[in-house]
Design a protein around this ligand. Structure first.
Ligand code: PMP
Length: 354
């Protein structure tokens, strides 16, 4: 830290992104990216947009908004686009939390939530998950805090039913409930339809996972027009050009290729079922994940050992050091071939230890 760095950040612990190694070719199952190529329609649109980089990008995201509204049946004033969904989550912390409205989220969830709270100097409470890693909905009823719920949750992959989230929104009418649906396209039910019923419900989604566009950085929020106006106030007060022109074009392109997205999501669900079944045969236990990852532990070999030895064999998974989950690894669901390599390498690791 330099002597110029503001004291207010002296204790700030930044988010640690998953490893993005450049040294060796890994089967990369650690950051929940899609294993499938970005839609060619998106790639071509981005290349065309690259010819016009002289100009600023459209701060109103006009064409992308129109396309998203067409695909999801929304009105233009119900949508805001951000630089990845991380940015809308940060905006929501900025817009809806303060001393009277502390944030509340599970103690095991997306690791960026406490960092967003900290960087914005906001109070927050972490509510424990149940023993089986499910979210205790009752704990959020009438909590009078701004609630952040990843649904499905990360890194467990367990999803709440929209009815349960509706109860939370209904019981906290003076607070916003933010539902982070980064992984919703892989089998959970979206709360998007509820945003018309609950003026305090904001849904965040991303193009990073199901639409194979993690590197383009594109996310969006859907909610009541008044919420969207708040978020635009924050957006225009930080960076109105938060989405670059290539990403705007790629977004329109990928939304013109919904059949491709659907096919890829289906493949992930099939590969998830296959890998889960095979890992169970090897003795693993895991949560009931509806996301594009599995969250698995082995009774005889530690999570850390499995992570380290898989890495040495060229397979990268995500290991967390938090005591409650350190026996687990989060394994991104990839192609069938990647899942077979994972299983072969896991077998080798187990044989060396059992
Ligand atoms: N929410 C959750 C639960 C995530 O796991 C991630 C991905 N790390 C994000 C949001 C953010 O994704 P992105 O910024 O790429 O949209």
């Amino acid at each position: 830290m330099s002597r110029f760095f503001s004291q207010k950040y002296s204790a700030l612990e930044p988010y640690t992104p998953g490893e993005q190694p450049r040294d060796m070719k890994y089967v990369k199952l650690n950051t929940n990216e899609s294993p499938f190529p970005t839609s060619q329609k998106a790639v071509r649109a981005a290349a065309e947009a690259a010819e016009r980089l002289r100009l600023y990008s459209d701060p109103e995201c006009t064409l992308l908004t129109e396309k998203l509204c067409e695909v999801y049946g929304l009105a233009r004033d119900e949508v805001v686009f951000t630089n990845g969904s991380d940015e809308i989550l940060n905006f929501a912390f900025m817009a809806y939390c303060d001393a009277e409205h502390p944030a509340a989220f599970p103690n095991i969830t997306y690791g960026f939530y406490p960092v967003f709270a900290a960087v914005n100097l906001l109070p927050y409470e972490e509510l424990p998950l149940r023993e089986d890693f499910t979210i205790d909905t009752e704990a959020y009823l009438g909590i009078h805090k701004t609630v952040f719920l990843a649904n499905p949750n990360a890194p467990t992959g367990i999803a709440l039913r929209p009815e349960e989230i509706a109860r939370i929104a209904e019981s906290n009418p003076d607070n916003v409930v933010v539902v982070d649906e980064a992984y919703v396209d892989f089998g959970a039910e979206s709360c998007l339809p509820l945003t018309r019923k609950y003026e305090n419900l904001l849904v965040a989604q991303t193009f990073s996972k199901s639409r194979s566009m993690a590197g383009a950085r594109l996310g969006f929020g859907v909610g009541n027009p008044a919420l969207i106006r708040d978020l635009n106030t924050i957006r225009y007060s930080t960076n109105p050009y938060n989405i670059n022109s290539m990403t705007l074009a790629a977004g329109v392109g990928v939304l013109s290729d919904e059949e491709y997205t659907r096919k890829n999501c289906l493949a992930i669900r099939e590969n998830r079922a296959f890998a889960a079944e095979e890992l169970k045969k090897l003795g693993f236990t895991m949560t009931d994940s509806l996301a594009n990852f599995l969250f698995a532990r082995h009774p005889a070999v530690s999570g850390e050992t499995i992570y380290r030895e898989l890495k040495a064999k060229g397979v990268l998974v995500r290991h967390f050091t938090k005591p409650e989950i350190c026996e687990y690894n989060r394994i991104t669901v990839g192609t069938r071939e990647q899942m077979q390599i994972l299983l072969d390498k896991v077998k080798e690791v187990l044989e060396e230890h059992l």
